[in-house]
Design a protein around this ligand. Structure first.
Ligand code: ZN
Length: 262
């Protein structure tokens, strides 16, 4: 039994296929899927998918690259209302992204400031609701860690798609947070990721697809789907010298404790 702790089932790339996607995941032993929202448009789709499939749970939040598209003044109330849904298991995807260029009409400085404002407000909301958070960072590690760590007494965060070293994750792990690994762990070039996935102890990490993105080998470059988390799990179990069953058992227990699936 495996959990895909991070996928985007509301993506247009998977539209109309979710029943089959869930079926193919089941066939690979992937029995829980956490679909992650990124803005005010995909939140309702995530909730609806979670309502119609027992295997699917949802996270809701505004992704850092979506912050300039949000015009509704009451966006945070909207996220809060969705967060109270029984199948919503975290706030996310939230974070900071300094890789993507700011949209037309935005300076980099203003874009960063708006991302930080949205991150802080959603961290406060999660703390208030007693929920954990799913965190995105890209070229923004220090600022993202710096924003999350002060909230460590109220919530736990998973820094998803960890591609940094094990040493870089230490301050997070020490504060009780998690990292998770995508299909990148299966890429030959990803030696740093392999090392981190080998060093991490049981209870400190989860596995994910980030579908429809980041398909693991042997599907690299193709559309990704939750069934493929098995390939990532097999690869990581191999680095660690443990069986797939052992890795599946402890990463599932970690996901259950983090998300509190109901
Ligand atoms: Zn994502």
């Amino acid at each position: 039994m495996l959990v895909d702790s991070h996928c985007h089932l509301a993506s247009r790339q998977l539209a109309g296929e979710i029943d089959a996607v869930v079926e193919r995941a089941r066939a690979q032993g992937v029995t829980r899927l956490v679909t992650i929202g990124t803005d005010l448009d995909d939140g309702p789709t995530c909730l609806q998918l979670a309502e119609s499939h027992p295997e699917i749970h949802a996270a809701v939040g505004i992704h850092p690259t979506s912050v300039t598209e949000i015009e509704a003044a009451d966006w945070l109330d909207q996220i809060e209302a969705w967060a109270r849904h029984p199948k919503v298991v975290a706030i996310g995807e939230i974070g900071l992204d300094y890789f993507h260029k700011p949209p037309e009409g935005w300076t980099f400085e203003a874009y960063q400031a708006r991302q930080m404002d949205f991150l802080e407000k959603q961290l406060d909301l999660a703390g208030r609701l007693g929920m954990n958070v799913v965190v995105h960072n890209r070229d923004s590690w220090d600022d993202t860690v710096g924003a999350v760590l002060p909230h460590s007494d109220r919530l736990r965060a998973v820094f998803h798609c960890h591609t940094g070293s094990w040493a870089s994750a230490a301050p997070l792990i020490e504060a009780g947070h998690l990292i998770s690994f995508t299909g990148i762990a299966t890429f030959k070039s990803a030696t740093v990721v392999r090392e981190a996935a080998t060093e991490a102890a049981e209870g400190q990490f989860m596995v994910e697809t980030d579908a429809p993105y980041l398909a693991p080998v042997p599907y690299r470059g193709k559309r990704c789907e939750p069934a493929y988390v098995r390939h990532t799990a097999e690869a990581i179990a191999g680095f660690r010298g443990e069986s797939l069953e052992a890795l599946a058992a402890h990463t599932t227990a970690t996901a259950e404790a983090f998300f509190g699936f109901r």
